[in-house]
Write a protein that binds this ligand. Structure first.
Ligand SMILES: NC(=O)c1ccc[n+]([C@@H]2O[C@H](COP(=O)([O-])OP(=O)(O)OC[C@H]3O[C@@H](n4cnc5c(N)ncnc54)[C@H](O)[C@@H]3O)[C@@H](O)[C@H]2O)c1
Length: 451
């Protein structure tokens, strides 16, 4: 079957992406209230907590954490909201199991360190929870990813990665442009995680950002656990913010799939230099050898002939950027220079248009409808949408718009990139978590302005 026939057969035509009117679909059950619990009320969990407390359709019945400091901040947020204090589970690394057994939750939000996601997701599914929303990164090893996929299939349950960047306003406007064919047929996409995390990976054990060069037991928040991944692992450790949006543009797992991957990594200098500069060369952490290369570059080939380039860049001084580039046969968007160029439509040949003129014109209907509700939500408002779509899916008893196959494919980039680097940058095969269903599954993400 050639590509044209394939697209026809899988229904991936431009017309199939027309935005449907609001409230026309799934309106049934939209008025239900849902019982939600949160595991992990650290810095990210507290963002989710605030958004859940704002909603009148959510009963926050339980929270769980092992840190008194984080629980105390969470209690303050809850008291301020005027909502009922949920049951608090703490005191052991496995207190979440008791919470899951006792509370009969409709949905659980997980915002713990990466290494806890797989056991907590599977634990929630085993306890009968049908909707699990996990913060980014599904598991550590490839086997972890398979285990989560198999568990979700066994229980016919929803595992949604709470990948908020998929809902960024410019990212969604570009999705709208892709679906309306502005860029023509997509050819090459780029993205990544380019964020100077040195003040996140090191702190003084009290402040979340900077003020010291401690990590591990002496660190606070992400410095407590995330930095250890930079000590022991070399790969693209945080692929989902970059690849999630690109996967929607390319209909990954829905008519397309990742087929192969290769990664390259540079030497590691940034974290060591930061410790020496801020803690002195005699600080014990100056002796730590970091495995993570400062810049990890990953290429992915897709079944429909597109390529993706991802960059993980968290150890060097630089302004934040996810470095998106979406290029097709008719033109491209690049977020770093805030430019769009569409042949025969842009103002002048060979010159960038200010991206805003296009992004405003093609603002996604979800943003047009909900922008008031996004006010005050984290990361420029996009955090509202990821919780909104999780909760609306539960209320309507519908599959989440990003599912376990999306989560597994995006997150598996980490162990695959580690494997490729370990093998001397070899190209490795990308597994098909859908077991061939990618050929028949249809796009579902953000097709309406509902959620
Ligand atoms: N999507 C985003 O924009 C975004 C932003 C920040 C963090 N994150 C992700 O959110 C997750 C959490 O990150 P964070 O910044 O909140 O880290 P954090 O260290 O501030 O919070 C993690 C919390 O988990 C708790 N925890 C650890 N083990 C536990 C256990 N066994 N039982 C219960 N609680 C436990 C910790 O005490 C802590 O309060 C990570 O996956 C991170 O990558 C996502």
């Amino acid at each position: 079957m050639n590509r044209k026939e394939f697209i026809k057969n899988t229904g991936l035509t431009v017309a199939s992406f027309a935005i449907l009117p609001s409230n026309s679909l799934f309106a049934k059950d939209a008025d239900n209230r849902v019982r939600i619990g949160i595991i992990g009320v650290g810095l990210r969990g507290q963002n989710h907590l605030e958004l859940l407390l704002r909603r009148s359709d959510v009963d926050l019945v339980a929270i769980c954490d092992v840190s008194d400091t984080m629980l105390s901040s969470a209690r303050q947020i809850i008291s301020k909201s005027g909502k009922k204090m949920p049951q608090v589970y703490t005191g052991s690394d496995y207190a979440w199991k008791t919470m899951l057994e006792k509370e009969k939750l409709d949905g659980v939000v997980i915002a713990t360190p990466w290494e806890w996601h797989k056991p907590m997701i599977i634990g929630a599914l085993d306890a009968g929870v049908k909707y699990v929303g996990s913060e980014v990164i599904l598991g550590i090893s490839m086997q972890d990813h398979w285990d989560v996929v198999k568990a979700a299939e066994k229980y016919n349950a929803n595992v949604m990665m709470l990948e908020n960047v998929c809902y960024r306003r410019d990212v969604m406007a570009v999705l709208n442009m892709v679906r309306q064919g502005l860029f023509g047929e997509l050819i090459h996409l780029q993205g990544g995680y380019q964020h100077d995390l040195r003040e996140v990976k090191f702190n003084d054990g009290e402040h979340p950002y900077g003020h010291g060069v401690e990590f591990g037991e002496k660190g606070f928040s992400e410095a407590k656990w995330r930095t250890n991944h930079s000590v022991h692992r070399n790969g693209d450790l945080y692929p989902t913010h970059g690849v999630g949006p690109l996967a929607h543009y390319l209909n990954i797992n829905r008519g397309n799939r990742f087929v192969s991957l290769s990664s390259f990594s540079t030497k590691s200098r940034g974290l060591h230099n930061y410790i020496v500069k801020n803690g002195g060369e005699n600080h014990p952490n100056a002796k730590v050898r970091f495995s993570l290369g400062d810049i990890v570059t990953t290429q992915i080939g897709c079944a429909n002939g597109e390529t993706i380039l991802l960059q993980h860049d968290t150890n060097l001084p630089r302004p934040y950027s996810l470095g998106f580039r979406v290029q097709g046969t008719e033109g491209l968007w690049m977020d770093v220079n805030k430019g769009v160029y569409i042949q025969e439509k842009s103002a002048k040949p060979h010159q960038w248009d200010d991206a805003n003129t296009w992004l405003e014109k093609y603002d996604h209907p979800l943003w047009a409808r909900w922008s008031k509700e996004t006010e005050g939500a984290g990361h420029g408002g996009m955090d509202f949408f990821v919780i909104h779509s999780f909760i609306e899916s539960i209320k309507r008893k519908q599959p989440t718009p990003m599912d376990v196959y999306d989560a597994a494919a995006w997150s598996a980039i980490t162990p695959l990139s580690e494997q490729s680097i370990e093998l001397g940058h070899q190209t490795v095969e990308f597994p098909d978590f859908t077991g061939g269903q990618w050929m028949y599954r249809k796009p579902v993400f953000a097709l309406t302005n509902d959620y």
